[in-house]
Design a protein. Structure first.
Length: 645
């Protein structure tokens, strides 16, 4: 039995002279959906490409004194490099300058012309060259400019061929009404219905004032209108003319994912072309929002274009992919900022995901010599974790089927948080000190590895490189590329007596603080008179028990201590938390010599946001009591890893 097929496309991109992060956004969304469908067992065909004809391309090339094909070759190479760097898994990259596409476009033109839906006439009207769009005067914005890009339009007068799209207006409206999922989200659907009801004029589909395009087959002095040319790209790679079996398998397309500014072309002109060819319409056209920078759409003239290659070089492809997919609700505009990106990397990727993997592998190495031992039996805490894992997989499948990508990622991260909480609930560092708890410890370690196995698959559509890294660090025997969604619907697949791989850091924290913003580990209070107004303020600042519970206090042992060079009050401490080691910078050098602290069990805030102090990343804060000039570190006779409540 043949696998279910799924055909997904992005728009083919205009060869802009400057790549920006918006180019990455749409294609990353499409890639995550394509990867999910492959996980779900579908035979996927994922298409992207470049739209290379038209008057604006010819003008750009003339400005540089080169041929149009030289201009587009150079820029298309940049697109292909970007997709490679972003780990985009497209099955084909269509270029409208390719001969295979020219044949399809000309044959479509012939067939519609033979049907009587294309006729020759003369065009006189308004044209936006940057958008390659025809406009009526009543459709211009308040400044008499293009309503899409708000740039001046030109008056055009030339002989042309016209496509009878007005003939199909009522039929298209009926189709949209009978297929409510065809145009999504609903806001775009309503916009298109209103546009059609205003009246459709027959579309000018050829030009004679320039020659950079595909020639009209029966009249070589005309070139075919760039949008008529570009939209038909979706038929070329799936064998419209030369592979009937492939075409039957993948057409109609399951999803055209496009920016909201070109929904009109994809939901009016494109469906009417297909109606004229007697072909079924795509199942869904989804118009996503724009990527906004500092509250404004990216624009070269505004100087707010963000280079995606530079971001990938600095932060890595998976971090960029995660941010774009997590931060922005599909269909809405989303804001991009460097500060928000770094915040997500540090919080979600380094702290939540990276820390879960790091803690788990370190504890297995320390407590079980790197061996994942067999789990026998479950307690209430284990059963709760397993139930949450099953729910996470079910929610993932439902969310991705509904294209709720951001919400799906949030649900996956909720399970990552649940697994981190399971560590604290189970306290494996305590179990490891009791020989009678050996099997209970083995169960905890097994459950954590099993959780990470499932998590690695759940993040694969969004962060494919990271997903495979986790899989390899766990040292799971199955090849990652062969894993399917069905493999994580059952708990307990991780084989017993498996030796884990080598732990490696997934996402190093990005430190942006400077010395003046650092929260020093200890800051002795000065003795001052408390005024009545200040007492009142202190009362207002009371916290609830829930707020206090956010602090994670743990007993740690100081393994090493040394002075921080060129400072009088800072010590660098290396401490053992029971399941990991950390470095802390503490402002206690005036009260303790390094050798006085080594071997002490002290109390530490372990979930304090890390900070860079004198070039050292401090991961926590040691508690101390002070009065006047006196200061003592809080030291307790409790085992390492004990929680302070």
């Amino acid at each position: 039995m043949d696998k279910k097929s799924f055909y997904i496309t992005t728009p083919i991109y205009y060869p802009s002279a400057k790549l920006h992060i918006g180019h990455a956004y749409c294609t990353t969304i499409a890639d995550s959906i394509a990867r999910f469908k492959r996980l779900a067992g579908y035979d996927v065909f994922f298409l992207t490409g470049s739209d290379e004809h038209g008057q604006k391309i010819q003008r750009k090339a003339e400005e540089e004194g080169i041929q149009p094909i030289e201009y587009v070759d150079r820029i298309v190479a940049g697109f292909q490099n970007l997709w490679k760097r972003l780990n985009i898994s497209n099955d084909d990259f269509i270029r409208t300058t390719q001969e295979r596409h020219q044949k399809v476009v000309q044959e479509i033109f012939r067939r519609i012309y033979a049907k009587g839906d294309i006729y020759k006439g003369a065009y006189k009207g308004l044209y936006c060259t940057p958008c390659e769009s025809y406009w009526l005067e009543r459709q211009l914005d308040e400044n008499g400019c293009c309503p899409d890009c708000h740039r001046p339009v030109e008056e055009v007068s030339e002989e042309a061929y016209f496509f009878k799209i007005s003939k199909y207006a009522d039929r298209l409206l009926q189709y949209i009404d009978e297929h409510p999922a065809f145009i999504q989200p609903v806001s775009r659907r309503n916009e298109m219905i209103n546009f059609i009801k205003q009246g459709l004029e027959d579309l000018c589909i050829s030009r004679t004032s320039f020659d950079w395009g595909i020639p009209v087959p029966m009249d070589k002095k005309h070139v075919i209108y760039v949008w008529f040319d570009a939209l038909t790209n979706y038929l070329t790679p799936i064998g419209y003319l030369d592979n009937p079996a492939m075409f039957q398998k993948f057409w109609p397309a399951d999803l055209h994912l496009v920016g909201k500014e070109i929904v009109r072309f994809h939901t009016i002109i494109w469906p009417i072309i297909l109606m004229a060819l007697d072909l079924p319409l795509p199942k869904k056209v989804y118009g996503h929002g724009w990527l906004i920078v500092e509250g404004d759409k990216m624009s070269k003239s505004k100087g707010n274009v963000i280079d995606p290659i530079g971001l990938i070089d600095e932060f890595g492809a998976d971090a960029i992919r995660y941010f774009l997919l997590r931060e922005i609700n599909l269909g809405q505009d989303g804001n991009f900022s460097r500060e928000a990106l770094i915040g997500r990397i540090n919080s979600d990727l380094a702290n939540d995901l990276g820390n879960l993997l790091h803690r788990t592998l370190n504890m297995i190495g320390k407590f079980q010599n790197g061996i994942v031992e067999k789990a026998v039996g479950t307690n209430a805490i284990d059963q709760s974790l397993i139930a949450d894992a099953e729910k996470a997989v079910a929610d993932f499948e439902t969310g991705m089927d509904n294209m709720e990508i951001s919400a799906t990622i949030r649900n996956v991260w909720a399970f990552i948080g649940r697994a981190n909480k399971y560590i604290d609930e189970s306290a494996p560092w305590v179990l490891a000190r009791d020989a009678a708890k050996k099997q209970e410890l083995a169960n905890v370690m097994y459950n954590l590895v099993e959780s990470l196995r499932i998590i690695s698959v759940l993040i694969a559509p969004f962060m494919p490189e990271t997903a495979e890294k986790i899989w390899k660090q766990l040292n799971l025997p199955q090849k990652f590329e062969a894993v399917r969604l069905s493999d994580i619907k059952q708990w307990g697949v991780t084989p017993a007596n498996m030796h884990i791989g080598t732990p490696e850091q997934l996402f190093p924290r990005i430190e942006v603080e400077d010395d003046k913003n650092i929260q020093h580990a200890v800051k002795p209070a000065r003795k001052t008179e408390v005024k009545p107004a200040e007492k009142a303020a202190d009362k207002k600042s009371e916290i609830t028990i829930d707020e206090f519970a956010k602090l994670q206090l743990r007993v740690v042992r100081v393994l090493h201590a040394e002075y921080v060079p060129d400072t009088e009050k800072l010590l660098k401490l290396t401490v053992d938390l029971g399941d990991e080691r950390r470095e802390i910078v503490s402002g206690i050098a005036r009260h303790y010599k390094p050798e006085d602290l080594v071997g002490k069990n002290v109390v530490m805030v372990i979930n304090l946001k890390p900070a860079r102090i004198r070039g050292i990343v401090s991961h926590g804060m040691v508690l101390a009591a002070s009065k006047g000039d006196a200061l003592k570190v809080l030291s307790v006779e409790m085992p390492i890893g004990s929680m302070v409540k």
